[in-house]
Design a protein around this ligand. Structure first.
Ligand SMILES: Nc1ncnc2c1ncn2[C@@H]1O[C@H](COP(=O)(O)OP(=O)(O)OP(=O)(O)O)[C@@H](O)[C@H]1O
Ligand SMILES: [Mg+2]
Length: 428
């Protein structure tokens, strides 16, 4: 932080000692004394008046001339505090590799560097910063910075789906007063997302891993103790242990997928993906599972032309795969699962991919909660199907990143239809 430099020329008068001030006014005092002597001798001015008047003059000359010095200082300060940042200040703001605003001490934006204009297009020079960042803590931090104190504020911007750490630093003018406030923004979304993810991972994973781990330890103890010399039991227990180990592995794989999807939630993908090709590939890959559950998979309702969306190929495969596996596993009683893809030209043009099963369906009250982590309509049934309860949470995060949505329609006893909509590129 820059320390204020006092204006020495205007401070001098107030800082002098009385003897120095008298010495400074000596010429004036000598002239006055001469005039009084002429008055006494030539014009009969009473000596006592002349002495009194002279004493008053001496006292006045010895007093510090505060008001004049103060006035001069104020004027100097005013002249030194510019209203608009100069070219070199703007160049500094442009050199900052973060969105950065220069505000005057009243909190009005006087300059925005290119990164700030890109990141916060609604905040224009001439507007108060608090118009777009309507948070009391930012107002408080601005006041502190205008009073000469550097501060930092962390806040979340729901519109941008991001979190920022704003640094506010006072910029002093040559007169010593604060002329501007420099505000720069650090995007801390990734850091916060990772911290949240880590906390979630520990809580959820430890909870979900405890069951298979308890079962593994139990079997190991049995194999070391009562079943030590029983080859038949050993074989049986080892198979169960292998199953539990796989369960733990699936859980960890799903947790990592979810974390990755969450971490990149505000990072739009840039690739081009043909949805019809994704759909066909997933259907082919899921045929063995469908056969195992006695389900016939069909994907007939496809448009003639390619349906290309902006996205990440592997993530979109993961989405469709999750939905198809759910339909096959939980809707097996319906014996068929249909997939289709259609274009929705109305409103914002989008592609809609659906997976329809004819199983037991999902009771209405469960539908809004399906995409929560570890949420399962029937925990036992899901575990039996080797489910971890993370599939639809991963689907939701991936779709958020793609600007897409998941719709779930179901009537109990009639099956369920999961529809994924993804925006089509603007020119389509
Ligand atoms: N097509 C469906 N029909 C009936 N219930 C469904 C269907 N799809 C999902 N569900 C219910 O929603 C729950 C959550 O599904 P999700 O895919 O998130 O987890 P999961 O399948 O249990 O585990 P994972 O997908 O991680 O292996 C399931 O446990 C199941 O109860
Ligand atoms: Mg699933």
């Amino acid at each position: 932080m820059v320390n204020p430099e006092p204006d020495q020329s205007s401070e001098t008068a107030a800082a002098q000692r009385p003897s120095e001030r008298l010495y400074g006014a000596r010429n004036l005092l000598i002239v006055a004394a001469g005039l009084f002597l002429i008055g006494v001798f030539a014009f009969d001015l009473p000596l006592i008046y002349a002495i009194a008047a002279m004493l008053v003059l001496v006292v006045l000359a010895a007093l510090p001339q505060r008001s004049r010095a103060f006035q001069k200082r104020k004027e100097a300060d005013r002249a030194a505090v510019p209203v608009w940042p100069d070219t070199s200040m703007k160049a500094v703001a442009e050199a900052v590799q973060q969105p950065c605003f220069i505000l005057d001490v009243g909190g009005i934006v006087r300059y925005a560097n290119q990164l700030a204009m890109d990141e916060f297009p609604a905040t224009r020079p001439g507007d108060p910063l608090t118009h777009t960042f309507r948070r009391p803590e930012i107002g408080d931090a601005l006041e502190d910075a205008a009073a000469g104190q550097s501060t930092s504020v962390e806040f979340r911007e729901p519109g941008a789906n991001a979190s920022y750490l704003a640094h506010l630093s006072p910029v002093r003018s040559p007169g010593g007063g604060v002329g501007f406030v420099l505000v720069s923004f650090d995007d801390v979304s990734d850091r916060l997302a990772i911290a949240r993810m880590r906390a979630d991972f520990v809580a959820n994973a430890s909870h979900e891993l405890r069951t298979p781990l308890a079962s593994l330890t139990g079997f190991i103890e049995t194999l070391l103790g009562p079943a030590k010399d029983d080859p038949k039991a050993t074989d049986k227990f080892l198979n169960v242990m292998l199953e539990q180990a796989w369960r733990m592995r699936r859980l960890i794989d799903d947790l990592l997928s979810l974390s990755r999807a969450e971490m990149r939630a505000h990072n739009r993908p840039t690739g081009t993906v043909d949805l019809a090709a994704v759909l066909k590939n997933v259907v082919d890959a899921a045929r063995p599972l469908a056969k195992e559950h006695g389900v016939v998979l069909t994907a007939d309702a496809l448009p003639e032309e390619n349906v290309e969306v902006t996205g990440d190929h592997d993530e979109l495969v993961q989405v469709v795969q999750n939905l198809v596996e759910n339909a096959v596993r939980y809707g097996a009683s319906g014996e068929k699962v249909e997939l289709g893809l259609e274009l929705r030209p109305n409103g914002r043009a989008s592609a809609a991919l659906y997976v329809q099963d004819y199983g037991p369906g999902i009771p209405t009250e469960h539908i809004p909660r399906l995409t929560e982590r570890f949420y399962r309509v029937d925990v036992g049934a899901s575990r039996e199907m080797k489910g971890t309860g993370l599939g639809l949470a991963i689907v939701k995060h991936i779709l958020t990143r793609h600007g897409g949505e998941l719709e779930v329609e179901s009537e109990t006893g009639q099956g369920a239809r999961f529809t994924v909509t993804l925006p089509l590129p603007a020119e389509k």
